[in-house]
Unconditional design. Structure first.
Length: 295
């Protein structure tokens, strides 16, 4: 379907201007083609590169390689590590890793909706094996806040996750307010970090695990199932090698993949990723190397 650079450029052009070219300077819709990837507005004479302002901006990697990477990332059941993608594409490890990081950033839709209905919220602890350290919310491992829609009579809806600094209300309440629609029913355990939910317009269903008699995975099945899948994915696909500065990027890939788990047409998931790639601002090498500033 994409045998050469020309085919890839035309596809990106169609995604960016699905209703026809619009000049970003004067809104004129007429142009002439100065080169394979450069359009010129007939009114203001502005030159617009097809990939400018996207994650493909100024890339030296062929677009055919970018497209092949997107296909493997969206069609492989558990995704791909940079090492596996390096061998599959025949590129260097750095190129494969940088493409993956940029695609992970593009997986976040700026306009994605908040979670609704019944939502479970809890934290998970992601990291290596510790010996003799603190356990639970006092651990030095990475803390990930998880929110998942609970469907009736069974099943899960969408999920949201965020790497947070600590398990205090200062970190947890902004997470819930960002990802869960006001008025939703939010189920948590008895941790005091969630005590302000009622004042922010949520129905707060609180289960004190020590009083309920049920283990955590029974009282809060949704978030514990998601946490288990997340840890298994990080360990299996990425061999557990996820650094704190890049953890949010991996959480966004897991979220993108989980929320589209029921899609029967992987080609549509591939298209969705590229649609989001062309509306995502360019990502710098510093963002890739040192971690993208998500907030």
């Amino acid at each position: 379907m994409f045998p050469d650079e020309e085919a890839c450029i035309r596809y990106i052009e169609g995604l960016r201007w699905s209703k026809g070219f619009i000049c970003p300077t004067c809104n004129n819709n007429e142009f002439w083609r100065a080169s394979r990837e450069r359009l010129v507005c007939t009114a203001c004479r502005r030159h617009v590169r097809v990939g400018a302002g996207t994650i493909f901006d100024k890339t030296r990697t062929p677009l055919t390689t970018w497209f092949e990477a997107a296909w493997h990332v969206t069609t492989a059941k558990n995704g791909m590590s940079a090492k596996t993608l390096e061998r599959t594409l025949g590129t260097s490890y750095r190129v494969a890793w940088a493409m993956l990081q940029r695609y992970r950033i593009a997986m976040v839709r700026a306009e994605r909706g908040q979670l609704v209905g019944n939502v479970e919220v809890d934290e998970a602890f992601v990291g290596g094996v510790e010996h003799g350290g603190k356990r639970g919310r006092g651990t030095s491992k990475n803390i990930v806040a998880i929110a998942v829609e609970i469907k009736q009579p069974k099943g899960f809806g969408r999920v949201r996750m965020r790497h947070i600094a600590d398990a205090s209300g200062t970190s947890l309440l902004p997470f819930v307010r960002d990802v869960v629609m006001r008025g939703a029913s939010v189920s948590t355990d008895g941790w005091t970090g969630y005590n302000g939910l009622l004042t922010h317009g949520y129905e707060h269903q609180q289960t004190v695990l020590s009083n309920s008699g049920d283990p955590a995975h029974v009282a809060m099945p949704g978030v514990h199932r998601i946490a288990s899948l997340l840890k298994r994915w990080i360990l299996g696909t990425h061999q557990g090698s996820v650094t704190p500065e890049h953890l949010q990027s991996y959480l966004e890939e897991f979220t993108f993949r989980f929320n589209r788990r029921t899609s029967l047409n992987r080609g549509l998931v591939f298209r969705r990723l590229l649609e989001q790639a062309v509306v995502t601002d360019p990502v710098t090498d510093a963002d890739v190397t040192h971690g993208y500033q998500w907030r």
